[in-house]
Design a protein around this ligand. Structure first.
Ligand code: PMP
Length: 367
């Protein structure tokens, strides 16, 4: 057993130990029925119970209003980059959509949407993904079908700490990397989606929370498995869903509930991320985070070591030293380099403290 390893990966990411142990315990014989969830029909009474429990836990944790559907789909967050325009851009005849582009993931989503309609980026193009453009200056098109944004940009570490005002069109958000890390007022949104593999489980399932009255506007070329109305009409069982991923999600949601829900997660996430940002701020430029302080992510903390451009040799030494202590997956995304510490719900305060301690020691030794 490898108890010492601390996984700071950006996703797939750390899961609560208790979830892994329960899944292990139940792997070959779920709930005494003699077979594994991996072997179970998605139409069996046992699986029906699992998927219903998962939905009910999500509804409870996020206080999802009754006029919203909860879907469990495949295709990942990227599948939703296509599904969102395919289902929603036709809400208005003009087929226009507004996008806020604050990082890699919203940029990809906007590019995909261009296949299906007219995309308007509501602010001047950013030359670096380190801030959220002043919302007063957004050229929001009131005749757009929706306004889209990514609530937490996983690569760049840019997180919205406010909910954009779409001024008419419905609001759509990619919450893949900060889902259930803080409370959210679902009623402000037309649609929220999130891949599970960061905060709520393993890869394979993507949650879509969509307001009922938005269903039924899919373009005729929308693949049937991505059609929200079809999936909602079949309780996400139009075809075989990612059964095991949904089961793992149910265990993670139970864990979040038992640990105080989204409010408690938020408190812990503030505490964990502050531990790291405080060291960066007090390091006199030895560590630098390029992101504006008012939109620094609680989930993904990107930083450079040695100088604001990053000192390659020192960063390598930092990562090697961390790995020797069991702290893994700290390398920044290949598009930005440097270091990135991802601090999702399952990462504990002790884990973050271990990293903070290492950063302090490394600073003293190399300053
Ligand atoms: N959105 C965000 C915010 C992400 O972080 C990611 C993946 N890291 C995606 C979308 C794409 O998700 P997937 O790999 O499941 O398609």
């Amino acid at each position: 057993e490898n108890k010492q390893t601390i996984n700071f990966g950006a996703g797939p990411a750390k899961l609560p130990q208790s979830v892994l142990l329960q899944a292990q315990k139940e792997l070959t014989n779920y709930n005494g029925i003699g077979i594994s969830v991996l072997e179970m029909s998605h139409r069996s009474a046992d699986f029906t119970k699992i998927i219903n429990t998962t939905e009910n836990l999500l509804r409870e944790l996020l206080k999802i209003p009754d006029n919203y559907k909860v879907l469990f789909l495949q295709g990942g967050g990227s599948g939703q980059f296509s599904a969102v325009p395919l289902n929603l851009i036709g809400l208005k005849e003009e087929k226009r959509a507004d996008y806020i582009v604050t990082g890699t993931w919203s940029a990809k989503a906007a590019k995909e949407a261009e296949k299906y309609g007219k995309v308007n980026v509501v602010h001047p193009k950013l030359d670096s993904y380190t801030k959220i453009p002043e919302s007063g200056g957004w050229a929001v098109d009131s005749s757009a079908s929706y306004l889209y944004y990514c609530c937490n940009e996983t690569v760049h570490g840019v997180e919205f700490n406010f909910t954009p005002d779409p001024k008419g069109p419905v609001l759509v958000s990619d919450m893949s990397s900060n889902f259930l890390s803080r409370p959210v007022d679902v009623s402000k949104f037309g649609l929220i989606f999130a891949g599970a593999q960061k905060n709520v489980g393993c890869a394979g399932v993507t949650v879509v929370i969509v307001r009922e009255d938005l269903l039924g506007a899919a373009l005729k070329e929308c693949p049937i498995v991505l059609d929200y109305q079809v999936q909602a009409g079949n309780s996400s069982l139009y075809n075989t869903p990612p059964c095991f991923s949904i089961y793992i999600m149910s265990l993670v949601l139970e864990w979040i509930k038992n640990n105080g829900g989204t409010e408690a997660m938020e408190r812990l996430n503030i505490q964990k991320s502050s531990l790291i940002y405080d060291i960066i701020s007090a390091s006199n430029g030895f560590y630098t985070c390029p992101v504006d302080p008012d939109c620094r992510s609680r989930m993904n903390v990107p930083f450079r070591v040695g100088s604001s451009q990053g000192d390659d040799a020192l960063e390598k030494k930092f990562l090697d030293g961390a790995a020797k202590l069991g702290m893994i997956s700290l390398k920044g995304h290949r598009s930005v380099g440097g270091v990135r510490a991802s601090l999702y719900n399952a990462v504990t305060v002790e884990d973050a403290q271990a990293l903070a301690n290492y950063m302090s020691r490394f600073l003293k030794e190399h300053q």
